[in-house]
Design a protein around this ligand. Structure first.
Ligand code: LLP
Length: 385
């Protein structure tokens, strides 16, 4: 979907702000991910947190992908949308008893365990149910993802996963836990990683850890490398489908998998981001002393990424073909961080013009809030308008 083929006429009767999803682009993206993973026998669990919209989940589930969940409700939402429990992995540093019980009752594929106390609780709850819980240890590989500090997760000081220094203790403890079965190891170093080479050091670390487990004569069937592949926010039209071929090829080349071992991935953003846009209208065009503001009817409540991570989303005026002018595009929320872009070039904008914020299909709608008592933005789909 580009500015040129954005269906302004079909959408002009809809109250803004809303999310609009290009289902053809999503299908195309899924097809490519499937082809690229199939080449190497890799398994992809879509990270529900990126976008848990029912229709999008149904489509992804129908293509045969598994799901990566980080809360009990995500597990429920995934199952309801058609993901088989046998393809669900469940991560998160703070899984509650209620969430663990739910996942045990559903017989999910694997818990990605992040601490010793969690491992003990899973063991205890599984034991009460007379079940054997499959677990993978999430190990913090201390690899720098070179991304925004809020979305880097694989460094020693991050809250996620086991520190490598504690593995001996964990392995010792596991011997006495009879209701958990160690089936693999799990990693996730961060999100929006634009340079795939960053995953090279991760592979190296995983290979080293494989030797550690071999020496302990522990057989691991599943190696989960997490997600994190970045997308091109600057030029969504040049790169509507991220370079999955390069991403999976890098793992295939650098990862030393043992006999029968399977590599799993948990991509979220790269699968859904480019398929979604946030559609808004200019409520006012206001002239300040040195700059001109376009005040739109969407705010940080609809798309929080710019306010939270200083993230860039390309903005286009799909109603105007006038010459370019410079604007600060801001929302109506009573927070000074409610700014989508500063000094942004748009076709000359008038009140009522429709604007789109691109690459908003991941961590957009799902992170929306009702601050200021606002309504949540609704989703619309290209195949149903
Ligand atoms: N697996 C784990 C364990 C994760 O923590 C994440 C994302 C993923 C997979 C999926 O990563 P992806 O392929 O989407 O990069 N709200 C932030 C992103 C937070 C990502 C959190 N974890 C944003 O809007 O940029």
């Amino acid at each position: 979907m580009t500015k040129g083929n954005f269906p302004v006429d079909k959408l002009k009767g809809i109250e803004t702000p809303f999310y609009y999803y290009d289902m053809d682009l999503l299908k195309k993206t899924l097809k490519i991910v499937k082809e690229e993973t199939k080449k190497y026998g890799f398994i992809q669990h879509y990270a529900i947190k990126a976008n848990a919209n029912r229709r999008i989940l149904e489509l992804i589930a129908s293509e045969g992908f598994g799901a990566d969940c980080v809360s009990g409700n995500e597990v429920k939402v995934a199952v309801n949308a058609g993901f088989p429990a046998s393809k669900i992995v469940f991560a998160g540093v703070g899984k509650t008893d209620k969430e663990i019980n739910l996942a045990l009752d559903l017989n999910i594929f694997c818990f990605n365990v992040e601490s010793l106390p969690e491992l003990e609780i899973i063991n205890e709850l599984a034991n009460k149910k007379g079940k054997l819980a499959r677990v993978a240890l999430r190990i913090n590989p201390n690899v720098d993802a070179h991304t925004h500090e809020y979305i880097t997760t694989g460094l020693n000081e991050n809250k996620f996963g086991f520190a490598m220094a504690h593995l001996d203790e964990v392995m010792e403890k596991l011997k006495s836990l009879k209701s958990v079965k160690l089936i693999g190891i799990h990693f996730h170093i961060g999100s929006q990683i634009e340079d795939v080479q960053v995953f090279g050091p991760l592979c190296k670390r995983v290979n080293e850890l494989q030797t550690y487990f071999e020496e302990k004569e522990v057989k691991l069937e599943h190696i989960n490398l997490g997600g994190g592949l970045g997308i091109d926010y600057e030029n969504p039209d040049a790169c509507p489908v991220p370079d999955f071929a390069a991403y999976f090829a890098l793992f295939n080349e650098n990862l030393k998998l043992g006999d029968g071992q399977i590599a799993h991935f948990e991509l979220g953003r790269s699968i859904v981001a480019q398929s979604g846009v946030l559609v808004t209208r200019a409520t006012y065009v206001k002239h300040g002393e040195n700059k001109t503001f376009v005040i739109v009817d969407a705010g940080m409540t609809d798309l929080i990424r710019p306010a939270l991570y200083q993230a860039y989303h390309k903005i286009e005026n799909v109603s105007s073909g006038l010459p370019l002018a410079k604007y600060d595009v801001v929302g109506p929320i009573c927070e000074s961080s409610d700014v989508f872009a500063k000094g942004c070039e748009l076709n000359e904008t008038r009140r009522g013009d429709m604007l789109i914020l691109r690459s908003a299909g991941a961590y957009g709608e799902i992170m929306a809030s009702q601050y200021n008592c606002r309504e949540l933005p609704k989703p619309y789909y290209s195949d149903k308008i």
